[in-house]
Write a protein that binds this ligand. Structure first.
Ligand code: SF4
Ligand code: SF4
Length: 168
């Protein structure tokens, strides 16, 4: 658990530093890809909403308190995951997130607070958005796997554009 926390903090810092030093040209190129990633994320969210999964999760969170985040996923959020998740986040909030990850030793995912994720339900990292371990059925899962191919390709493109310097 400690290893995961450290790795996540390192990845967040890499993402934050890249965010600070990125040139305008890179920013424009990466914004286009992030829009594509978000389109896939929203497609899956709509599917989950249509099937009632998202509402079921919202209703369950006061009771389950994000049990899935404690044990099932993710083992580690990569610096690309963090970069995309913080892309529209003010710097003060990014710093708050960094402190939370350093201090929070309660759960496998240090982003999980007492009452749920630090990110809003809508702003959760892509890796966390599409899995509904308590509810999803095979056809939803298959669609998610198909969309993951596009997501992986887009993540690779982000890695190639953004100067994730300290990642090497
Ligand atoms: S998937 Fe299950 S454990 Fe996770 S938030 Fe939804 S209801 Fe809770
Ligand atoms: S980042 Fe948020 S949604 Fe993702 S596993 Fe951690 S607490 Fe759960």
């Amino acid at each position: 658990m400690e290893q995961i926390r450290q790795a996540m903090h390192k990845n967040l810092i890499i993402a934050m530093e890249a965010f600070q030093i990125m040139a305008e040209k890179e920013r424009q190129a990466v914004e286009k890809i992030i829009r594509e990633i978000l389109a896939v994320k929203y497609h899956m969210e709509n599917l989950a909403a249509d099937r009632g999964y998202s509402q079921a999760c919202r209703d369950a969170i006061p009771t389950c308190r994000g049990e899935c985040c404690k044990w099932h996923f993710p083992e580690n959020l990569t610096y690309v995951d963090f970069f995309i998740a913080i892309y529209n986040m003010p710097v003060e909030k990014q710093n708050e997130l960094s402190e939370l990850i350093l201090d929070n030793r309660r759960h496998q995912c240090p982003v999980l607070m007492k009452n749920g994720c630090f990110f809003s339900f809508e702003q959760r990292p892509v890796a966390c958005t599409n899995a509904y371990p308590c509810f999803n059925d095979r056809s939803y899962w298959e669609e998610k796997e198909a969309q993951s191919v596009l997501i992986r390709k887009a993540f690779r493109a982000v890695s190639e554009i953004v100067p994730f310097g300290s990642a090497e």
